[in-house]
Design a protein around this ligand. Structure first.
Ligand code: SF4
Ligand code: SF4
Length: 404
């Protein structure tokens, strides 16, 4: 084992995969040992599974006093070790290409992209049967991003907001992310209502933030997607870039690390500086009188990509508390088990991790779960039906906390 690892085991209980499997090999400490020292007595299938079975949640790094970030070590292995490279490199290459995302291409318009290409890539490289996989949500009837060019619209603020002087004239560019564009377009639409009077722009040529490709080890396709996004938003000349997905926000904060040229890195940093995750930018005080009156108790599921990033979860939690008023109950936080393609590759472990969340939810007695990440939203919405719950649970995005 690498000398830096004290073998203290502090990372073990923090790791959702270890908690479910109780296998040292799948723990952060075990993964670190395998990647640093190798493991001659493991079969190839076990080694591959060890590298695959990571949600990239970051919980282990937050516990490690030696500063070991196993999620980064896993990413490095997937990206730079040919043996752990993505199973279908040609598909990832296509996913990261201009051809796949260009307005002239019909590829991503004819394939239901968010329910399709990303998950199909994952499923194709999965060693598990699909029997215990979560049901994937169907694509929305019409995606948000227009194929006809950069969409612009001004938010029609109602008269009471105009009179109150809360009318905002800022120009906001929406970064939708794949899932909110193609599966839950109602979320970015709901976000615009929190900025009365603002002008919104939806750059057509934006694409996936690159997180699925990076997580799979497809670094070059990920950096192609990043460059395409940066170019797409240059023309928007927006005061602010807004996303409703904590995972997209996390990934955009890392874009500069994946680009080689100094000027490209700077552009990525500039993009990240102008980007706001929805709950960091919207102000419930402005919308007083328009806030949703929810029956029962509300709780917050904090996405791992916020919990273990410099962004943190305070802004999101305060936002939700502000709307919920006295009806907020704190939930013990933890990973939901989604982890992108993890939930498809390891459906049983993913389901087990979700059961931990369900137990935490039951303790709050809440009937509404609010979150801020597309992946978490998908996991909660697809795993809840059929789950053993005493009451009907609603799962919504924070932007949906306005009355219709
Ligand atoms: S917390 Fe860090 S030092 Fe301790 S076992 Fe885990 S990786 Fe090693
Ligand atoms: S990133 Fe999460 S799933 Fe991966 S080893 Fe660390 S704690 Fe476990």
């Amino acid at each position: 084992m690498n000398a830096r690892c004290a073998k203290c085991g502090a990372c073990l209980p923090a790791c959702p995969v270890y908690r479910q499997t109780l296998l040292e090999r799948l723990s952060p400490r075990g993964k670190h040992a395998l990647l640093k020292d190798g493991a001659a007595d493991y079969s190839w299938a076990s080694v591959k599974e060890t590298v695959d079975a990571c949600l990239q949640c970051g919980a282990c790094g937050a516990q490690c006093s030696a500063g070991i970030e196993v999620n980064r070590e896993i990413l490095d292995a997937r990206a730079h070790n040919r043996e752990f490279a993505p199973s279908f490199p040609a598909l990832w290459k296509l996913f990261g290409s201009d051809l796949a995302w260009s307005g002239a291409s019909t590829l991503l318009k004819t394939l239901p992209a968010a329910s399709g290409i990303i998950f199909r890539l994952a499923a194709l490289s999965s060693s598990s049967t699909a029997d215990d996989s979560p049901h994937l949500p169907p694509p929305a009837a019409s995606p948000l991003i227009s194929p006809k060019g950069m969409a612009k619209f001004r938010n029609a603020a109602d008269e009471s907001l105009k009179k109150s002087g809360k009318y905002s004239g800022i120009r906001i560019a929406l970064f939708t992310g794949c899932v909110q564009n193609l599966v839950y377009p109602e979320i970015p639409k709901a976000m615009t209502r929190w900025f009365p009077g603002a002008e919104f722009i939806i750059p057509e040529h934006q694409c996936c933030c690159g997180l699925p490709a990076l997580s799979a080890g497809a670094v070059k396709p990920a950096s192609n997607l990043i460059s395409r996004n940066i170019k797409a938003f240059e023309k928007a000349r927006a005061d602010m870039i807004l996303t409703g997905c904590a995972s997209c926000s996390y990934m955009i904060g890392k874009w500069h690390e994946l680009l080689d040229r100094q000027d490209d890195k700077q552009k990525a940093l500039n993009f990240a500086e102008r980007l706001k995750e929805f709950t960091q930018a919207a102000n419930p005080s402005i919308m007083e009188g328009h806030l949703k009156k929810i029956q029962g108790t509300i709780t917050f599921h904090a996405p791992c990509h916020s919990r273990f990033s410099s962004e943190g979860t305070e802004a999101s939690e305060n936002f939700i508390k502000r709307v919920a008023k006295d009806n907020f109950a704190q939930m013990e936080q933890g990973c939901c088990g989604h982890g992108g393609s993890f939930s498809i590759k390891f459906p049983s472990i993913s389901q087990g991790i979700f059961q931990e969340r369900l137990a935490a939810l039951k303790k709050t007695r809440a009937s509404t779960v609010v979150t801020t990440c597309s992946g978490c939203l998908m996991q909660w919405k697809t795993r809840l039906p059929g789950a053993d719950c005493p009451t009907e649970i609603k799962v919504i995005h924070a932007a949906e906390l306005l009355s219709p």
